[in-house]
Design a protein around this ligand. Structure first.
Ligand code: SAH
Ligand code: SF4
Length: 434
């Protein structure tokens, strides 16, 4: 999501005549986009800002901080880093062009920190570097209140784009040769078209999948509370919708889920997994897990490990709990020592590694369509993804010269490992070379 925000900001700047330079040292304007989801993000940002200043080749360089740390720290940034002139939170990017004018007129301490916007940041100038895979935001902000999470405070309330503007953008992208779209939102499942059409997420997903020229559609992130069976039905009905769902569970323990204010139980979560397992095409399922939430016991971790066994995830993102400013869980303190969090993190990683080794072994001997991304000089193989979002390293008789990036081709899987598959190209590549 941050990468895509940067693409929109870069597009807006280029439209106003700015040129991108390879390093911050050479720039007249340095904008630093930040994330505050975990860890001591603020500290890192201030260190980085200091380094930018030291490395500056031009005396009159202008600095700005964007994103969630900007929103969280606000005007305090000017006090701690007086060389910064612009602070814009993630919910205020719609005002970015006006704020830029103020900066160009020599403005100091220019801010965009309001959370009350009811618009999504949508611009025709988005500058995408990847020529065949595109992110498309459909909803911004989050109305949930997970007790550990800073997002509702940094990205503001939910606001959905109109269905027409989403479809127009996807059509434009298809005309430009894009074949893969990832729909983005903190909680895509609560997408609701604000126009009279009133599409819900499943409608939007299906319609995006029907746009001519689009071969693959992904989406992230789903919230189990709002995840409906109609999403699985849309995937069943529409071949271009990828058979991969990322459904963050966070914990396998009902006690911890309650403390996290996740608004579902383990049983309700598993019901949704049941819908996915009953899908027509075999669905890859991935998740996020937090270990070390305040009060988490050995039994709670055992429940999480048992959930991994039961679901047999294709991949997980596993995080150590990190107390965040303003969040409801802050009052609980950081009860689990770092060392213990590390131990639990390892336990979860190891269990999941075993599951992935077994799961990936099932792919050997089968042929899958792979969307080629780049050539890895170190291994002499191409790297791409299946619709299930599995990474495949594959050989091709043409080697690097085959110029497969952006193309789709069948690959026979010959070996598997815990995080990726290995194979060889069989048959012709389809699609335009990038
Ligand atoms: N809206 C998405 C993404 C939220 S951030 C969702 O609800 O899934 C991505 C992941 O970061 C979360 O799923 C969670 O696992 C992790 N995360 C968020 N806040 C965290 C915190 N304070 N400490 C550790 N992990 C956190
Ligand atoms: Fe954060 Fe929960 Fe919203 Fe995800 S759903 S962004 S974890 S508050």
């Amino acid at each position: 999501m941050n990468v895509h925000d940067s693409e929109k900001v870069i597009g807006t700047l280029r439209e106003r005549g700015y040129l991108q330079v390879p390093t911050a040292e050479e720039a007249g304007l340095v904008l630093y986009n930040t994330c505050s989801i975990r860890d001591k993000a603020e500290q890192k940002v201030f260190n980085k800002l200091q380094n930018f200043k030291k490395g500056a080749k031009k005396g009159n360089q202008v600095f700005g901080v964007l994103g969630c740390v900007a929103q969280q720290e606000g005007e305090k940034i000017f006090d701690r880093a007086p060389h910064v002139s612009l602070v814009v939170g993630s919910a205020s990017y719609t005002k970015f062009p006006e704020l830029l004018v103020q900066i160009e007129q020599g403005g100091r301490r220019v801010t965009g920190l309001s959370l009350d916007t009811d618009e999504a940041f949508d611009t025709p100038y988005t500058r995408r570097d990847n020529p065949y895979r595109a992110f498309v935001t459909i909803i911004e902000g989050c109305d949930k209140n997970c007790s550990y999470c800073v997002v509702p405070f940094t990205r503001g309330p939910e606001r959905s784009r109109t269905a027409d503007s989403v479809i127009d953008e996807v059509r434009r992208l298809a005309d430009l040769g894009y074949t893969e779209i990832t729909l983005l939102g903190q909680n895509v499942n609560s997408y609701r078209d604000p126009s009279p059409k009133g599409w819900d997420f499943a409608d939007c997903l299906e319609q995006v999948g029907l746009v001519n020229g689009i071969r693959r559609v992904r989406f992230t992130t789903s919230h189990p509370r709002d995840f409906t069976k109609s999403i699985v039905e849309a995937i069943d009905a529409t071949p271009s919708l990828c058979n991969h769902i990322h459904l963050p569970v966070q914990s396998g323990s009902n006690r911890i889920l309650d403390g996290m204010q996740r608004l579902y139980t383990r049983e309700q979560y598993l019901e949704r997994i049941g819908w996915m397992k009953a899908a027509k095409r075999p669905m890859a399922i991935t998740t996020d897990i937090i270990v070390g939430f305040p009060g988490e016991t050995d039994q709670d971790i055992a429940d999480t490990l048992a959930l991994l066994d039961e679901v047999q995830y294709d991949a997980i993102f596993n995080f150590k709990y990190s107390p965040r400013p303003n969040t409801p869980a802050l009052v609980l303190g950081d009860q689990i020592p770092e060392e213990e969090k590390g131990r639990r993190h390892m336990q979860v990683q190891e269990r999941q590694r075993m599951i992935q080794i077994q799961n990936n072994a099932n792919y050997v001997g089968e042929t899958y369509e792979v969307h080629a991304e780049f050539f890895n000089l170190a291994t002499g193989q191409w790297v791409g993804k299946t619709t299930q979002h599995k990474t495949v390293n594959f050989s091709h008789p043409g080697g690097q010269g085959a110029q497969l990036q952006g193309q789709y081709l069948d690959v026979l899987v010959t070996r598997s490992g815990p995080v990726s598959l290995v194979g060889e190209a069989v048959g012709e590549a389809v699609g335009e070379a990038a």
